[in-house]
Structure formats: structure tokens, C-alpha cells
Design a protein around this ligand. Structure first.
Ligand code: FAD
Length: 698
């Protein structure tokens, strides 16, 4: 009999953002001005646990909902009770507030331990189920970190469970397709990426929900080792509004006008170019290499830069050229003219900062490679491009860690892409990606060489491996970065640290984060944002073989089936026409996508290829190999036409490098309209024949 501990979180409702939810001064979203709801994927996780209990015909299995949050998070527990939960636990304490993912996963794992001991009476037959991520954090880090703390297998991005031969088999999303796996042992952590059969509250359950007592625990009740701000390994140093989309987002009213825009933008190539990194700034130079002793133009925040510029100006006016000339009288003078810029302590710290020239962290800049069937994932090359830039600034080397079996032949491609040292961790047990075995391999290499920065691709594999590795080696991790820069915080004694910028709250704010209390700075980088370098065949690199002791026990999952796209698709074509779930059927996809491809091919006289969203592939409209996006292929054509595609982040990541994006969607509020250049609101059935006709005459 299995029991289920379901993690639920209360989050701001980012789907209902009104104008007054923004701070007028800073332009950033104020979380407290949004309504609070259960995280949608957690409500799906709850339904998923209920389904697991049903298909295993195990009526006695308990569902226990667990949340950590302020007292009002009780609402999501009542929600859970009114659906299917039998018991609920609220972890609430001021000391737990302000936590990053480490300081969230850690107390939740300790709470799970206590639930297991006291409620499940030490049973090992249980699953921890949660949504793959929450809409406010969007990191997907907490569940793998809980698994790491508890030493459990983690099965992430699950979309389906089946009960066969007395065990669960889970279908999960992987790069390039899907996979069916089973945990080799119980308990296990499962994260749900999609489960479309919601549970509704019944009258009886809703009544019962108000009567069941909530178990309340504070931080003293669970004795976690990392809690709150002090237990966190990252800190937010800046929050700012996202930059305006570089897309035109222009609504077009008729097919004739759209045909003209398509032809014009294709011919002139004047669409927007790739969406580059956020906060792209000038290349960092170490303090010792700057032209002047007092030059501190690479501080992490605007205020720090302003303060140092002010101080450098004053020192120049006083004809001071070295810090040992700054005596007490001089300090007094600066404070007197500073008009409140800084107090004595701050000035002393800033002056001390001038003496610092060496980076706070030492070691190489690493990327962790992802590969499949002997081919390196394109996102790895982007990591190397970024790592090269960071390493050059820090005057160190680029290392790439690759775990797998018979992988040495791939080293050459990594070197010609910009890497200096390739750390090969080879073992037959690493033939296929297993989160626990790979975590052990990569964490062991990090523990041996201690690179100062470790970058992973924010692919499903990277987003699951990175949290486990970073948790294991005791370092902070920032998810899904769209900007990575080296900067100083000289006043705080930090030189050459990695500033990690990422979208948060569903892309409504940007946050710049830095690592703390860690030996290395770690981040996952969003694919399609960083740039790979041109291949340089003349580059030379070193292969370093790193041996890790692995046994069968380190492999946590049994891989039962892998489905990957096969066949040839020319995604190098100038124009890609993709159909989504809105195409409604395979017939419609073939007829309408085919019609538009023919029309465009005649009019533009170029190669056209067919693409699809993941949902269209899952509906069977077209073969997997046509899938575009995070777990499909990332493309960068001159023209991309999205038909009946909503514009989910995982799809749009894959088309970020397109020149011109055109969308046709019947929903006037489709998210894709905020991420494309031209769009028509209308059904594909009506709009496509009209567009094809217009293309013939325009
Ligand atoms: C880990 C992970 C990885 C993923 N990787 C990918 C990936 O690589 N690629 C990818 O695409 N997705 C990926 N997804 C899935 C992604 O989150 C979305 O679920 C998916 O992109 C949705 O596809 P869609 O837009 O076709 O379907 P929906 O989101 O269902 O949208 C269908 C759209 O069609 C419109 N529509 C309906 N009828 C019509 C009509 N008659 N005419 C015009 N418009 C119509 C609707 O208004 C709607 O906007 C991933 C998800 C996860 C969790």
C-alpha cells in the first residue's frame, strides 16, 4: 500500500495581473497586490496522486498535503482537503521566510521525514508528488533538492502513470521525446509536468475540509539544517522590470495585409534578430588590469557604481593616488562633501575595497555537457560560448564535464567550440542518463577540481541534474538565467563574482541574483539566449579522465522505453510553418499546413519546412521529429509561422532566434501575440485559405 505526500504551494495569481499590481516607481510587480491561489501544477499533482491511488486499487493509501508558507497558506490545504487529501500539514514560521530553493527544499524534506516517522509509521512505501515548478519561482529546483536531501530517486516532468506488475510506470518528458521509467526502489519523488484531469470539490468533501484539523509545525518541530535567509545560498540583489519585447507585436486585420508583410519582411530580412541576453553590458576587466587604481566601473549595482565614481572623483580632486594617502582628515573631508552619499563605515569599507584585486572565487569556469547518442546537445555549445567569455574576463580556463559511456570522441567538438579542458567521466552505468548516477559523477568531479563557476543548460535534463548536484556539493543555484555577468561588490569584499539574471513571476519581473555561502557559483542557462562561438578547428585542449566509483545501486531508474523523433527534417530552411493543438486534427494539420507551405514556396521561391508544437505531436498530428522548442529542435529561420499555437515558454524558447514570427490564433488573448511580430486573430480554417489566396496576388 503506497501513501502519497503531495507538496502544494500558495502562489500569486500571475494570470490575473492588473495595472495596479505594479509599483509605479520601480515598474516591478508587487506580489502582495495579487490574489493568492494554489499553484496550478500542484493542483494537478494532487489529482495525479489521486489517480495513482485509484489505478493501484489501493483505497487505503493516504494522501497527505504538505505546504510551507505564511499562516494564510492554510487555504491551499483546505483546497487539498476538499479534493482528495486525507490529512494536511502546514509548515509555518517567521524563521522560514525569505528562503531560496535550498532553504525551501531542506525544511520540506525534514517535514517529510517527520510525516513518515509519525504518520506513516516509518513506512518506505510512499511517493512525494509535486508540480514540476511553481509559477512564482519557475525554478523546478525544489523537488530534486528534496530528493537529494532524502536520498530518493527523482522522476521529473511526468505526464502519465500506469500501474503494471504491481508497480508504477511513469511517462516523462525528455529532450527530443518521451520516456517510460520506473523507480528501482521506493520511496521516490515524482514531479508532474502536465495532468489534464482536474479534481473538483464535492459538497461533502468541502464540508469535511473545514472540519479536519490542520497539523501545524514551526521550524523547531522539524529541526532542518538550512532555513530562511541565513540558510539560503543565493540572494537577490536587484529586481527590475523586464525589457520590452523586441518583437513588433502588430495586429493585422486582413489576410491581404499579412501576405504583404510576410513577403516584405522575408525579402528585406528586416525582422527582429535573435533576442539577446538580458542586461548585456561591457566586458568585465579584473581590477588589477584597469587603467587606474581607483577605477571601479564594474560594480554589481547602480548605487555601488555611483558611490565609487563619486569617491574616485573626490580622491582625484584631493590629488590622492594611493589608499595609504587617505588619512583620517581626508576621510572627514570626503564625508563632509558627500551630501549623505556614505557614512564613515561605508567609506572605510569602500576604501578597503580598492585594495582588492583578486577574484573572490578561484578555479575554472565549467559547463556540464549534455549529449544523446553520441551527439552534443546544441545548448552545451552555447554554455561553452558563455563560459569562454566569463573565463577570459577572469583570466582562467574553460572546463567541460562530460559524464557517459564511450564519450571521448565528443571531446573534439567541445574543444573547437571554445573549451580548454574536458573532464571525461566514463562508466558503463552512465550509458543512459540517470539523475542519481549522473549527479554522483558530476558532483564528484566538482568536489575534486572546484571550478569557480558551473553552468548547466536549462533543458529538462539540466534542470533536474543541476539542483541535485548543487545541493550535494553545498552550493547555491540560479535557474534559467538569461543573463550572466562578472561584476564586483568591492565594498562587500567581493571581486569577480557571477551575477545571474533571470525572469521570475511568470516573466513579469527580472531578478539579478548572486551566490553566497558556497564554494562555487552555479546556474542553469536558458537555451537559445547565450551565443555559441564559431567553430575553431585550430584550438587545442586537454582531456582529463576522472574516475568515479559507481555501482548498480547508484542507478535509480529503470528505463523501460524511450521514444525519440526519427527521420529527416530540414530545420535549416528559411521558412518554417508550424501547427499546434489548435489545428484540431491530423487531417487539418496536413491540409492547412501543406496548403500554406505550397503557397509560400511558390511566392517566396525558397525552402519551407513543417514544424509543430509538442502538444500537436502528442495529439498525433505529425511525427515527433517535427517538434520545435525546448525539448524539440531550436530553430532560427528568417520566417516562422505559428498556426494554432498558444506560445508556451517551452515552445517560444525554440524560436527565439527567428527573424520574423507570424501567428494565427483564434484566441484574442493568446500569449503568442506578445511574442511575435505580426498576428491575425482568427481560426486557422478561415485564415489560411485567405492568406494563401492573398499570397498569390500580393
Ligand atoms: C519540460 C517541458 C518541455 C516542453 N517542451 C516543449 C517543446 O519543446 N515544444 C513545445 O511546443 N512545447 C513544449 N512543452 C509543452 C508546452 O508547455 C505547451 O504545452 C505546448 O507548447 C502547447 O502546445 P500548443 O500551443 O500547440 O497547444 P495549446 O497550448 O493547447 O494551444 C493551442 C492554441 O490553439 C488555439 N486554437 C484553438 N483552435 C484554433 C483554431 N481553430 N484556429 C486558430 N487557433 C486555434 C488556441 O487558442 C490555443 O492558443 C514542454 C513542456 C514541458 C513541461
Amino acid at each position: 500500500m503506497s501513501d502519497y505526500i503531495v507538496l502544494v504551494k500558495q502562489v500569486p495569481d500571475v494570470t490575473q495581473i492588473t495595472d495596479n499590481a505594479f509599483d509605479v516607481e520601480t515598474g516591478t510587480l508587487v506580489r502582495s497586490r495579487l490574489a493568492s491561489v494554489i499553484n496550478e501544477l500542484d493542483s494537478q499533482a494532487l489529482a495525479f496522486a489521486n489517480e495513482m491511488r485509484r489505478i493501484s486499487s489501493d483505497k487505503a493509501g493516504k494522501i497527505i498535503a504538505l505546504t510551507m508558507g505564511p499562516p494564510m497558506a492554510e487555504e491551499v490545504l483546505r483546497y487539498s482537503l476538499s479534493r482528495c487529501a486525507d490529512m494536511v500539514v502546514l509548515l509555518t514560521d517567521r524563521n522560514l521566510a525569505g528562503a531560496d530553493t535550498v532553504a525551501t527544499a531542506n525544511p520540506l524534506a525534514f517535514a517529510v521525514r517527520r510525516i513518515v516517522k509519525e504518520i506513516l509509521k516509518g513506512s518506505k512505501d510512499y511517493y512525494v508528488i509535486s508540480g514540476m515548478q511553481s509559477v512564482d519561482g519557475d525554478t523546478a529546483q525544489v523537488p530534486p533538492q528534496i530528493a537529494e536531501e532524502l536520498g530518493l530517486p527523482c522522476i521529473a516532468y511526468v505526464t502519465k502513470a500506469e500501474f503494471k506488475d504491481k508497480r508504477f510506470e511513469f511517462t516523462r518528458i525528455i529532450s527530443g521525446g518521451s520516456q517510460v521509467v520506473a523507480a528501482k526502489k521506493k520511496p521516490a519523488v515524482v514531479t508532474v509536468a502536465k495532468y489534464e484531469f482536474p479534481l473538483f470539490a464535492t459538497f461533502a468533501k468541502a464540508r469535511q475540509a473545514n472540519q479536519i484539523q490542520i497539523i501545524r509545525w514551526g521550524s523547531d518541530d522539524i529541526k532542518a539544517s538550512h532555513i530562511g535567509v541565513t540558510g539560503s545560498k543565493t540572494s537577490v540583489i536587484r529586481v527590475f522590470p523586464p525589457g520590452k519585447s523586441t518583437r513588433k507585436c502588430e495586429k493585422v486585420d486582413d489576410a491581404k495585409s499579412l501576405a504583404r508583410l510576410i513577403v516584405d519582411s522575408f525579402k528585406s530580412g528586416n525582422g527582429e534578430d535573435a533576442q539577446g541576453e538580458e542586461t548585456r553590458t561591457s566586458r568585465y576587466v579584473l581590477p588589477g588590469k584597469r587603467t587606474a587604481k581607483f577605477e571601479r566601473g564594474f560594480e554589481g549595482t547602480k548605487k555601488e557604481n555611483e558611490n565609487y565614481t563619486f569617491l574616485a572623483d573626490k580622491l582625484s580632486e584631493l590629488r590622492i593616488t594611493d589608499t595609504n594617502q587617505i588619512d583620517e582628515a581626508c576621510r572627514e573631508k570626503i564625508i563632509a562633501v558627500s551630501e549623505g552619499h556614505f557614512r564613515k563605515k561605508a567609506l572605510d569599507d569602500m576604501i578597503k575595497g580598492f585594495e582588492l584585486t583578486k577574484p573572490s572565487y578561484t578555479g575554472e569556469v565549467w559547463g556540464v555537457a549534455e549529449h544523446n547518442e553520441g551527439r552534443i546537445h546544441p545548448a552545451t555549445f552555447e554554455l561553452i560560448g558563455k563560459a569562454r567569455e566569463l573565463a577570459d574576463s577572469l583570466e582562467t580556463k574553460v572546463g567541460v564535464a562530460v559524464a557517459g559511456y564511450e564519450i571521448e570522441p565528443m571531446a573534439k567538438d567541445l574543444i573547437t567550440a571554445g573549451a580548454d579542458n574536458i573532464y571525461i567521466i566514463e562508466d558503463k552505468l552512465l550509458s543512459e542518463f540517470d539523475p542519481t548516477a549522473y549527479r554522483k559523477a558530476i558532483a564528484d568531479a566538482i568536489n575534486s577540481y572546484w571550478p569557480q563557476i558551473v553552468l548547466f543548460a536549462a533543458t529538462p535534463q539540466g534542470r533536474m541534474l543541476a539542483p541535485m548536484v548543487s545541493y550535494r556539493v553545498g552550493c547555491g543555484l540560479t535557474a534559467d538565467c538569461t543573463g550572466l555577468d562578472i561584476r564586483d561588490s568591492s565594498r562587500k569584499g567581493q571581486i569577480g563574482i557571477l551575477l545571474q539574471t533571470r525572469p521570475a513571476l511568470g516573466g513579469n519581473v527580472m531578478a539579478t541574483i548572486c551566490t553566497k555561502n558556497s564554494k562555487s557559483q552555479m546556474a542553469t542557462a536558458r537555451p537559445g539566449v547565450m551565443k555559441r562561438l564559431p567553430v575553431d578547428e585550430s584550438r587545442k585542449g586537454k582531456i582529463i579522465k576522472h574516475k568515479v566509483e559507481l555501482t548498480e545501486d547508484d542507478v535509480s531508474l529503470e528505463i523501460l522505453k524511450t521514444e525519440l523523433g526519427t527521420g529527416e527534417v530540414n530545420f535549416e530552411a528559411d521558412v518554417i510553418v508550424s501547427g499546434g493543438k489548435g489545428m484540431q486534427s491530423r487531417d487539418n494539420y496536413e491540409r492547412l499546413v501543406g496548403l500554406l507551405c505550397d503557397g509560400l514556396s511558390k511566392r517566396l521561391d525558397t525552402q519551407i519546412e513543417r514544424g509543430a508544437s509538442r502538444a500537436a505531436v502528442e495529439q498525433g498530428f505529425v511525427e515527433r521529429v517535427h517538434q520545435v522548442g525546448q525539448t524539440g529542435t531550436s530553430i532560427g529561420p528568417k520566417l516562422y509561422i505559428a498556426l494554432g499555437i498558444s506560445g508556451a515558454i517551452q515552445h517560444m524558447i525554440g524560436v527565439a532566434n527567428t527573424d520574423t514570427i507570424v501567428a494565427i490564433n483564434s484566441d484574442p488573448n493568446a500569449p503568442i501575440f506578445k511574442q511575435c511580430d505580426y498576428y491575425i486573430v482568427g481560426s486557422v480554417e478561415d485564415a489560411i485559405p485567405q492568406l494563401v489566396q492573398a499570397l498569390e496576388v500580393e
